[in-house]
Design a protein around this ligand. Structure first.
Ligand code: HEM
Length: 321
């Protein structure tokens, strides 16, 4: 939808990042509703500004696609090359109704917001932890070599055969859950949880970040130790409340099956194709591992990592021919 190097993609990412940070800020208005009109921290003002940017960019992309389709210039006329936007535009209900731009744009907004920072922060934290723990990087690479070899690139069908990589990802979700407080939930009725009475309509925030670091659940909770998951059945699909990076129950992340595949394929591919190191002057001991809390858990400063290829050159070139 947005080209990989396009300015639009940059603008989109910047606005989404801003929205994630604003969304995670405590807003005084929630505690003192009479301040709403004053918007003392400028939260509403900023949300309106950045949502406006994102909606504007989506609107331009959808318009451009509609125009190209009208002129028959679309590379997506071939059924196999159709993307999600084409599928939404082609859709007709049984009574012949189609989605309008008003339906499509908020829908794309939801999916892009929910699926952008979450995946990218998981990948960024994994590579950061792999660099800080060379033993773990080597062990994951050894597994990749055994399963994939060095004569081809990783494919989606490989990921179910990479148990150590899966343990690494679960450890990243435990220590750096991409959505640290999940999304706000509301109590539909008065209920009791762990001895606490929760009145009806209370807004409930579940601290998945703190659960992941709870010393009564985890041995050495601040250590990055994927081995704790190697022989473990503990999964992040909402069945085990010790590890709930995607939530649980009816509101569990609907993008989880997609996220599971994307995160594993990208991380496997990055570790299989490259060795990763830090730029001059930064060491594993002094690299910034601070966390910036918002709706998503971003790194305090973006990871700067230096790749060096591990595979024969033709495997990198092939992709671009
Ligand atoms: C590593 C990746 C991801 C993580 C950790 C993650 C995590 C979450 C969490 C914690 C929630 C809130 C659940 C709750 O409060 O109970 C959520 C909701 C949601 N996620 Fe994900 N997510 C990821 C990727 C994705 C992707 C790729 C998509 C779609 C393309 C997606 C779409 C959604 C949507 C639409 C919701 C809102 C559901 C609702 O309102 O009921 N997520 N996600």
């Amino acid at each position: 939808m947005f080209g990989r190097d396009s300015q639009t993609a940059e603008e989109f990412k910047e606005a989404v990042t801003k929205l994630m940070v604003i969304g995670g800020k405590p807003n005084l208005v929630n505690y003192f509703p009479f301040l709403r009109i004053l918007d003392p921290q400028g939260v509403s003002r900023d949300v309106i500004k950045y949502m406006g940017i994102v909606f504007g960019l989506l609107d331009r992309s959808v318009e451009a696609r509609l125009q190209r389709r009208k002129e028959g210039r679309t590379e997506h006329s071939d059924a196999k090359a159709k993307d999600f936007l084409d599928i939404l535009l082609d859709y007709r209900s049984e009574s012949g109704e189609r989605f309008t731009k008003k339906d499509i744009i908020p829908f794309l907004y939801d999916l892009l917001i929910a699926g952008t920072e979450t995946n990218s922060s998981t990948i960024e934290w994994t590579i950061a932890e792999a660099i800080r723990n060379p033993r773990i990087m080597k062990k994951a690479q050894a597994e990749l070599e055994e399963v994939v070899g060095k004569d081809r690139r990783v494919e989606e069908s490989d990921i179910d055969r990479l148990p150590y990589l899966h343990a690494v990802v679960r450890e990243v979700f435990r220590l750096h859950p991409p959505v640290p407080l999940l999304l706000p939930h509301g109590a539909e009725s008065r209920c009791e949880v762990a001895g606490y009475m929760i009145p009806k309509d209370t807004q409930v925030l579940v601290n998945a970040w703190a659960i992941g670091r709870d010393p009564t659940i985890w041995d050495e909770p601040s250590e990055f130790k994927p081995e704790r998951f190697v022989e473990s059945e503990l999964e992040y699909r909402g069945q085990n409340f010790e590890l709930i990076p995607s939530g649980a129950g009816r509101r569990i992340c609907p993008g989880l099956p997609l996220a599971h595949r994307m995160v594993h394929v990208v991380i496997a591919s990055l570790l299989h194709s490259f060795n990763w190191s830090l730029p001059d002057g930064i060491t594993a001991d002094n690299m910034d591992m601070t966390e910036k809390f918002g709706i998503t858990l971003q790194r305090g400063s973006p990871l700067i990592a230096v790749p060096s290829p591990r595979l024969p050159a033709h495997l990198f070139n092939d992709q671009y021919h």
